[in-house]
Design a protein around this ligand. Structure first.
Ligand code: ATP
Ligand code: MG
Length: 418
């Protein structure tokens, strides 16, 4: 072969995946479960562009975030970015399109996101999130609703997980005297559990020793509801009613969770209750399945300053550990021995009348090869359309699981396969 004919295989970009049909069937099943539950809570699907103006993502988090983003200039020189998450896009869409709609608004999405990260198990450069945004309420009932929704989805998927709830308002309150940039940096180090980086930063002379002590006590406060009492000793002038009311509702509903005031969330827009869900096994270090909380973003995009709450589930990590099998569809192979019109008519009848998956030969193969292909695709039934069968208007149907064969009319085949 000449040089021109034979090319090296082109591989996919680093951090991306090809998701083949077996895996896609599983993913669609999980997606359906998520959609149905979200719709049961009154959420409706929204779709936003894959790329946005870069500014949408830097407006709150600052230029640092660009390191983690796929950004580029288009032919006109516009600064654009592939979305790294959906909360900012959904809130932008809300401000642009739906700000006069009756509130609260309930949106859900399932969409791909892009981040320039170091790829590893459970961490990709293109990945999917299923998420919701409840726009217009800052009530503990809004927090409770989205937490309950995430919790029910993960339960329905039969995952073994741990739900942790915190409140970034407390940390922000403690850090209120510190300049904003440094405060955000501290929050980010806490989020990344970067103990060394945090130690270096809070030791700086600009941070009083008392505050340093309080930060550590707060982020180490973890456990059952009693930790609220411990924390209220550290921050006596804070109003704990939101978190207490939320806990009352979740306790009444039997939701299992623990409190963790060390949850800081990476993005700067969270303001109140925050939560994270971790898989107990199967994922190694990248075991965070879900992150969410209440935030304020709409005013940064030119809308009213209204509170919202939401979460995003890491769809790929869930797909990696979920054991639920995809729904099995019966497969029927109609053997094509050259009587094309008859073969295709029977195949169409079975597809249209009883909605089965029906495969016919498109390779001009003989009976033996078609039978072995039927085996390869896991056919449940094979229907043979030969000359003799066409003459007597009855066709051989073989049950591939039992080996049993019957001679049946098309109507009888349809009722057998139903
Ligand atoms: P992590 O700390 O693992 O990087 P994160 O805090 O950046 O997560 P969020 O921005 O809250 O994550 O996104 C919500 C969920 O999306 C995460 O809980 C995780 O399950 C999933 N996720 C985030 N980044 C990736 C990625 N690069 N690949 C696959 N899933 C991801
Ligand atoms: Mg991350």
């Amino acid at each position: 072969m000449s040089k021109i004919d034979k090319k090296d295989k082109i591989s996919r970009p680093r951090g991306t995946r090809d998701i083949l049909p077996d895996e896609m069937e599983k993913r669609r099943r999980y997606e359906l479960i998520m959609r149905e539950i979200a719709e049961n809570y009154g959420y409706r699907e929204i779709q936003t562009p894959v790329f946005e103006n870069l500014e949408l993502f830097t407006i709150k988090s600052g230029e640092d975030i660009i390191e983690e983003i796929y950004n580029f200039k288009d032919k006109h020189g516009r600064e654009l970015a592939l979305r790294p998450e959906l909360t900012a896009p959904v809130l932008r869409a809300f401000v642009n399109e739906c700000s006069v709609m009756p509130k609260p608004l309930r949106f859900y999405y399932i969409a791909n996101c892009f981040r320039y990260e170091r790829p590893q198990k459970g961490r990709y450069r293109e990945f999917w999130q299923f998420g919701v945004e409840l726009i217009g309420s800052g009530s503990h009932l809004a927090d409770a609703e989205v937490i309950l929704l995430a919790y029910n989805i993960l339960r329905e998927l039969k995952l073994d997980f741990e739900l942790k709830i915190g409140h970034v308002g407390l940390l922000r309150h403690l850090l209120r005297e510190i300049e904003e940039e440094k405060a955000s940096k501290i929050m980010r180090l806490i989020d990344k559990k970067d103990e060394k980086g945090l130690k270096e930063l809070v030791r700086e002379p600009s941070i009083p020793a008392e505050l340093e002590k309080n930060i550590y006590e707060l982020i180490e406060a973890e456990g059952s509801r009693d930790v609220v009492d411990d924390v209220s000793k550290i921050i006596p002038d804070y109003d704990f009613s939101q978190i207490n009311n939320l806990c009352d509702v979740l306790d009444a509903l039997g939701v299992e969770y623990s409190l963790d005031f060390g949850i800081a969330r990476g993005l700067d827009y969270y303001t109140g209750v925050v939560f994270e869900v971790y898989a107990k096994s199967g994922l190694g270090a990248q075991n965070q399945l879900c992150g969410g909380g209440s935030y304020r973003l709409a005013h940064l995009f030119g809308g009213q300053d209204i509170p919202s709450t939401g979460f995003a589930l890491g769809f790929d990590r869930i797909a990696e550990i979920c054991k639920i099998s995809p729904e099995k569809r019966d497969t029927v192979v109609v053997i094509n021995l050259g009587y094309e019109a008859e073969t295709l008519k029977i195949a169409e009848t079975i597809r249209n009348e009883i909605n089965k998956r029906v495969i016919t030969d498109v390779m001009g193969r003989n009976l033996k090869k078609q039978m072995s292909f039927a085996n390869d695709v896991g056919a449940d039934y094979v229907v043979i359309v030969g000359e003799r069968e066409i003459k007597q208007n009855r066709f051989v149907v073989k049950d591939m699981r039992t080996g049993e064969q019957k001679l049946l009319s098309v109507e009888e085949i349809v009722s057998l396969l139903k």
